[in-house]
Design a protein around this ligand. Structure first.
Ligand code: UTP
Length: 416
């Protein structure tokens, strides 16, 4: 330990982070050990450069162009053709579903993992159970059990596992057809670039964004597990869309027939200025452009049919070939910083509970990996069939439990 402590001290000195050990002597032995391990595992060079990036204005001269897409409901004869291809692959057990449930759900403000949230249906089922019901009924259609992989974060892993255990995995079998894995984390830093210390005396870490999915699928051994199960296609979606259609034979058929390694669903923007990311070509490669990056002129531009040129919203509903996930898992993604409120212990050992943002969190975005592939297919689907997000609390009035509940009830004809 002494050697490690000396090593740690010199690392911290080099990166001007010596405050991390301020309260070291006051920690119990277990926490001391954990803190040392944390420090030794951190890439301080990376954190330094991410912090420095928060000070730079982002100049972006990427070449942005519209991206082609197919409309699921304008496929005509091809609909059945793609559907049959996809159905066969599903029946052959080639599909796995991955649910990203590692987010903090700050906007919703639910005390617990977002997946445990009850959107207020008569059944009072949680988001996890709604997703599971869907997977079970689809599995039945095709005579298979769709393996389900759930990504948690350190923050919510224990509670998520306890929730599933309590609910007997909703009929799934742990380690046979339902698997859990954790995403990575990065330290949070204050406006001076100093790493924050949390209430437990340890470095304050935050989940590294949904872009962490690829690396964690590989590192946790889940990709290997999928290979053992003979999986070829992986649908990756969020936990907070209660209408997410993880088993879509048409989407799979399109991917297989067009020989692309990624096929994504889109919904058309509600209006040209809706605050969503849209699919585009970025420097000739598939990508997503954020609403903050797009000019009014681009947002409003239409094609000869009057359709928005940049109108296909990315809704975190993406199908990947297992090889693409493996490749993306080995390719580092850029990190974006988000300015957030974060409780921390100050240099006097007092807990600070800020009422406005005070720290940077660094996140990778899943769609930044799209540039890794030369081509992808985009399938436009219907908002009312596939997108009922639970992002905000009901006060916001949009993308909140009551709007999601309404959409869910309408889709399943549950309205009273
Ligand atoms: P959001 O970006 O909407 O974030 O996640 P969030 O954590 O749910 O909510 P806010 O922003 O704190 O209010 C979209 C999906 O990606 C998952 C979320 O669980 C959700 O399913 N996600 C996000 C992760 O799994 N890990 C992350 O680090 C971030």
């Amino acid at each position: 330990m002494d050697n490690s402590l000396e090593e740690v001290k010199s690392i911290l000195k080099k990166y001007n982070q010596e405050h991390i050990l301020n309260r070291y002597e006051m920690l119990d032995e277990r926490t001391q050990k954990k803190l040392i391990e944390q420090i030794l595992s951190i890439d301080f060079e990376l954190i330094n450069s991410l912090y420095n990036d928060t000070k730079k204005s982002q100049v972006n001269d990427d070449k942005i162009e519209p991206m082609e897409y197919l409309d699921k409901y304008k496929l005509n004869d091809k609909y059945k053709y793609y559907e049959n291809i996809g159905k066969q692959a599903i029946k052959n057990g080639k599909l796995a579903a991955v649910t990203m449930a590692g987010g903090q759900g700050t906007r919703l403000g639910h005390n617990g993992p977002k997946g445990t949230y009850d959107i207020g249906l008569d059944s009072h089922k949680s988001l996890f159970e709604l997703l599971c019901d869907y997977l079970k009924s689809e599995g039945k259609k095709y005579g298979v059990t769709i393996p389900w992989f759930i990504m948690t974060s350190k923050e919510n892993n224990e509670e998520t596992l306890a929730f599933f255990e309590k609910n007997k995995y909703f009929g799934y079998q742990k380690d046979k057809n339902i698997f859990f894995f954790m995403q990575g984390e990065l330290p949070m830093v204050d406006t001076e670039g100093k790493i924050l210390i949390g209430e437990d005396g340890l470095i304050k870490l935050a989940a590294d964004g949904h872009g962490g999915i690829y690396e964690s699928l590989v590192k946790s051994g889940m990709v290997e597990k999928m290979k053992q199960l003979d999986i070829e296609w992986i649908f990756i979606g969020g936990v907070d869309n209660c209408l997410v259609k993880m088993v879509d034979p048409v989407l799979m058929g399109v991917a297989i027939d067009k020989q692309v390694t990624v096929a994504c669903k889109s919904i058309v923007k509600a209006n040209p200025h809706e605050k969503v990311g849209v699919f585009c070509k970025r420097n000739g490669k598939p990508g997503v452009i954020e609403y903050s990056e797009i000019t009014d002129e681009m947002a409003e531009a239409v094609d000869s049919d009057g359709e928005l040129l940049y109108g296909e919203s990315h809704i975190l509903c993406n199908l990947f070939n297992i090889e693409a996930v493996e490749r993306m898992g080995k390719t580092p993604l850029p990190y974006h910083s988000a300015y957030k409120k974060a409780k921390f212990i100050d240099k006097n050992g007092d807990l600070v509970v800020p009422d406005s943002p005070n720290a940077y969190k660094f996140e990778a975005f899943l769609f930044d990996a799209f540039g890794e592939v030369d081509d992808m297919a985009i399938l436009r689907v219907k908002r009312e069939e596939e997108f009922a997000p639970v992002k905000n609390s009901d006060d916001a009035g949009v993308d909140c439990p009551s709007t999601a509940r309404q959409l869910y009830e309408n889709f399943y004809n549950l309205s009273k």
